[in-house]
Design a protein around this ligand. Structure first.
Ligand code: PLP
Ligand code: THR
Length: 358
């Protein structure tokens, strides 16, 4: 069997396509801090329209997109944000909203479907009468799809309800939409309708969309004007970013249509994995491109030994714990790569002979 490279660590690992590189090579550029980079303006205009918001801003990363959004909404010291205890902002962004923004986090438990119970969100909102003791709640953050729940989609009805709750209490609503296009395709709901109730969204260009770098935040003109200042303060104002925006424009055109295939390949991988003794995956729980695989307790293998063995076959996975592995499918993973991966796993876990033909 011919060894091949199959990188399932994340959808952040994709390499620019030839079409992206060609667009980058001929990109017309200017100084974006001075507001003149033509492809940045084109990308921001296109993304604002796609997301149904007044304006957009290119930022270097999804982490910075979330940080800027929270800092704009919570621009008064002593502000508090309600967010999921298993959300990316709370778990993987170095507590930046606190360490840099002085914003206090009030977590609500994320349910298995990535949502937070709406009654618990409302209960977490501080009573203004207690202002002598309490921070002031100013923002609710959701995440769609929800990565740590396995790429679960938050439905538009739920987002609308949280939006109504935010309005009722004069709060803002932000969505970490790193994979919002995955949610849109999986749910069959347009992105602009999915985020209609929000005040801001951070959209990753460099995940499922496959661009090499960047995210875009969208919101009102006033929100984006403030966001541009915070971006500059954080050192995120860059110069000839048309080179990056050129690739992003290709990514949006070429790769949004491929997300459905990513989801199919993830479901194929999950259903095949689930048939292997000692491994546990719930194929029904795979809604988009992320799979969490559990190694059963009495299994003779561990997550570490499986990852190590597969690495020898060119397959890269993300080990989450001694018994848990994450696999993320993207547009540079084919059905044949999935079958190759399954073949290698079967050989290691069950001792099946490696089938040729891959
Ligand atoms: C849900 C989610 N939000 C935000 C981010 C941050 O994006 P970046 O890695 O570009 O900072 C990631 C992962 O990278 C993510 O999975
Ligand atoms: C690990 C995390 O930061 C990244 N967003 C990923 O999903 O790979």
């Amino acid at each position: 069997m011919v060894k091949r490279n199959v990188d399932l660590r994340s959808d952040t690992v994709t390499k620019p396509t030839e079409a992206m590189r060609a667009a980058m090579a001929i990109a017309e550029v200017d100084d974006d801090v001075l507001g003149n980079d033509p492809l940045a303006l084109k990308l921001e205009t296109e993304m604002a329209k796609l997301m149904g918001k007044e304006a957009a801003l290119f930022v270097p990363s999804g982490t910075m997109g979330n940080l800027i959004s929270v800092l704009v909404h919570c621009d008064i010291r002593g502000s508090e944000v309600i967010l999921g205890d298993n959300s990316h902002i709370h778990v993987y962004e170095n507590g930046g909203i606190a360490t840099i923004g002085g914003v206090h986090s009030r977590t609500v438990k994320n349910k298995d479907d990535g949502t937070m119970d709406i009654d618990l969100i409302e209960a977490a909102i501080r009573n203004p009468k207690g202002e002598l003791f309490f921070p002031t709640t100013r923002l609710i953050c959701l995440e769609n799809t929800h990565a740590n729940s396995g790429g679960k989609c938050l439905h538009v009805e739920y987002i609308d309800k949280v939006g109504e709750l935010a309005k009722k209490h004069d709060l803002k609503l932000h969505i970490d939409g790193a994979r919002i296009f995955n949610a849109s395709i999986a749910l069959g709901v347009s992105v602009d309708r999915l985020v209609q109730a929000t005040d801001s969204v951070s959209v990753c260009l460099s995940k499922g969309l496959g661009a090499p770098v960047g995210s875009v935040i969208v919101g009102s003109k006033s929100f984006i004007a403030k966001a541009k200042r915070v971006r500059k303060t954080l050192g995120g104002g860059m110069r000839q970013i048309g080179i990056l925006c050129a690739a992003a424009l290709v990514a949006i055109k070429d790769n949004v249509p491929k997300l459905a295939t990513d989801h199919q390949n993830a479901k194929l991988l999950a259903s095949e994995l689930n048939q292997i003794n000692g491994l546990k995956v719930d194929p029904k729980s795979v809604e988009t491109n992320i799979i969490f695989l559990e190694i059963e307790q009495d299994s003779k293998i561990s997550a570490e030994s499986l990852c190590k063995n597969l690495e020898e076959h060119g397959i890269l996975l993300m080990q989450e714990s001694s018994s848990r592995i994450r696999m993320v499918v993207h547009h540079q993973i084919s059905a044949s790569d999935v079958n190759y991966t399954i073949n290698c796993i079967k050989q290691f876990v069950c001792g099946y002979p490696l089938q040729s033909g891959y």
